[in-house]
Design a protein around this ligand. Structure first.
Ligand SMILES: O=C(O)CCC(=O)C(=O)O
Ligand SMILES: [Fe+2]
Length: 368
């Protein structure tokens, strides 16, 4: 029994690595198209969907919203939600917190919780330690991504309910994987920020799960504070695939879907089906939602886990707070039977959720 369990675990890890590598091959093939200046065949839209009626109203109203969401997920893979009920002051408080973290905490103190000290890449992520597109390590003129980040996940100790003891980390361990700045290093900021951030994460997770399934633990997922400094010499949108001074390289997100809170400075760009970078429009008060890899794998590619990147082309700094909504990390992600047929076999081998995320994360980090 024990030997079989070990074997299946290691073969799952191999499959997760292969799946991670396959996603890189796909990304490279999309980016290898070089200079593109074609006209877009189909209009590429990032629709605004007001979900207010989904909380209270009739089944008919909820179906109407579901149809809009499905349409967005199967075309651009991106949409805005408004009517979500998160007060504007909460959203602004989170962005202000990101600003305080990157502006008020000295770099040496941030370095003390460097992601290299965490096997789950939690803590402070300086600009020059990761490329979200691992292919960028190989570029001849590789310059570091300009982003800086701080990453954290669920932690029962910060959950006002105390948790239910079921949360497991990416590798199945029952540990607290987070790294926080010490109270001494950052007087005042930590307790307040930890509980605000923890509440926010749990809140978003719980809100996202009206689709309750036994294998969705609403606290799984990772959140990040991201900071993109204002460039001294902002670059105009270039039809070429490769931009210098990239904030965050081209990538797809790893988990089910992403909920993105961002400041008003633009910067997010989405790769359209005919390989053009389209700046994401800004919608006041919205969260941007995008489909990520697990949803694409379950639906055999019907839902689009769309490639995107961030380039700050303004003289303003940009802050964003993505939350990567996930499933229990020990669950397998396997194409749904309704999405395969003899003519349309599964394009995606099964993978264990946590292993896949870990492989994708590890591939971003510099080998030291
Ligand atoms: O900062 C943004 O606007 C997007 C961030 C993002 O794509 C990510 O962290 O995966
Ligand atoms: Fe992303």
């Amino acid at each position: 029994m024990a030997a079989a369990a070990v074997m299946s675990y290691s073969s799952t890890q191999t499959e997760a690595r292969q799946a991670s590598q396959a996603s890189q091959v796909y990304l490279n093939s999309r980016l290898a198209n070089g200079v593109l200046n074609k006209s877009t065949k189909a209009p590429f839209t990032v629709p605004e969907i007001n979900i207010a009626a989904s909380f209270l109203s009739s089944l008919e109203d909820r179906k109407r919203i579901a149809v809009q969401i499905r349409e967005a997920c199967t075309t651009s893979g991106f949409f805005h939600i408004t009517g979500h009920g998160v007060p504007e002051e909460t959203r602004q408080a989170i962005l202000a917190l990101a600003k305080r973290y990157f502006k008020d905490v000295p770099r040496s103190k941030r370095e003390a919780i460097h992601v290299r000290n965490s096997k789950y890449l939690r803590g402070y992520e300086p600009a020059d330690y990761t490329y979200v597109n691992p292919g960028d390590w190989e570029a001849e003129d590789a310059a570091p991504e300009t982003k800086e980040g701080f990453n954290w996940g669920y932690e029962a100790g910060l959950d006002p309910t105390g948790g239910d003891g079921q949360y497991r980390e990416l590798d199945g361990e029952d540990v607290n994987g987070n790294l926080w700045p010490s109270e001494e290093d950052v007087p005042g900021i930590t307790r307040r920020s930890r509980s605000t951030m923890a509440r926010y994460l749990v809140w978003l997770g719980i809100c996202s799960v009206s689709l309750r399934c036994p294998w969705i633990y609403p606290k799984s997922g990772i959140a990040r504070l991201l900071y993109y400094p204002a460039p001294s010499n902002p670059q105009p949108l270039d039809p070429k695939q490769k931009d210098k001074q990239i904030g965050l390289g081209a990538h797809s997100d790893y988990e089910c879907f992403t909920i993105l809170l961002c400041s008003t400075a633009p910067g997010l760009e989405i790769l359209s089906p005919d390989d053009q970078w389209i700046p994401a429009p800004a919608v006041k008060g919205s969260f941007i939602i995008n489909v990520a890899d697990f949803l694409m794998r379950w639906t055999n590619g019907v839902y689009k886990s769309t490639v995107h990147r961030v380039v700050n082309r303004t003289r303003d700094e940009r802050y964003s707070v993505p939350f990567f909504f996930s499933i229990n990390y020990d669950q397998m992600v396997e194409t749904l039977p309704s999405c395969v047929s003899a003519e349309n076999p599964s394009k995606y081998p099964p993978i264990k959720a946590g292993e896949y995320v870990l492989e994708r994360l590890r591939a971003t980090a510099k080998d030291e």
